[in-house]
Design a protein around this ligand. Sequence first.
Ligand code: UDP
Ligand code: MG
Length: 318
Amino acid sequence: MKTISVVAPMYNEESLVNVYCEEMLKVADSLSDKYKFEIILVNDGSRDGTYAKMLEQHEAHPDNIAIVCLTRNFGLEGAVSAGLRSATGDAVIVMDADLQDPPSLLPQMITKWENGADVVTGSRIRRSNDGLFKKAGAGFYYKVLGSLSGKVKLEKSAANFRLLSRKACDMILSLPEVNSVFRVEVPFIGMKTDVVEYDRDKRYAGKTKYNLKSMIPYALDSITGISIEPLRRIALLQIIPLLLFIGSIVGMILTEDSFRSAWLVLFFASILVEVLLIAICVMAEYIGQIMIEVKGRPTSLIYEYKPCKNTKTDNKGT
Ligand code: UDP
Ligand code: MG
């Protein structure tokens, strides 16, 4: 029988642990003739009664509920990564614990995986329950991310609610980077992807852990994690001194002698700024290359390799 692992990161979610487990156990029960379920509750350094509630659930349902307790709050990405590392299933599903990612969607995701998808993405068709600020912020974030992602195809309006086949999960775990952003890594590995659409519910209980202050560094991590494109776009700034340069020449030709010295200052200043910008662009390009090398991501990922009879046995297709 195949095992499905479900990873649910939790930070100060004491009002959610029981109801989340209850909902998940219902799903596990409804699919128990086909699958075993390993529901991994990741305690991300909660300071309320979350961990005590997790322990109770683990005691009450030792077959299904596993716990990973982190030493402190590492943030959502760290918690997801700890969950992925602990998961033993043939497929691994990552979802928020506040029931905004509906457990009732799991059977559909599992069916898509059984039909051959290595990644099944939960895509929010509507965020009707998010505030205006959150919707606008998220819209801008995904637009910027999408415009910078190059060959990596981002699924618009998809966050962490994903199913990964064992192969996809292992590939994500093989990425050596420290600044790991799950929603950027999943499209990076590629693989056959299917989508389930859903309307995002309201948070069942408790409060969101994200406000403007914590969303900005998160957005910056994903943007710098996806490409070096922002560093390259510094080059666009060169248009400013270039326009000033042209303007200063036109000014020198058209104005009287007494004003000419002012245009001359602008003429030399624009040349100076242009030279500095070129120098910065060259440095930015090298910084970008350093980032790529330090990140150490593989240049490509092999989905399948079938050697022929003449292949030497020590060649693993890597
Ligand atoms: N979370 C976490 N560590 C954190 C922040 C959040 O594990 O430092 C968990 C949180 O408990 C929830 C999920 O990440 O299960 C999503 O958080 P939240 O619902 O606050 O985000 P939102 O849905 O508002 O974007
Ligand atoms: Mg939420």
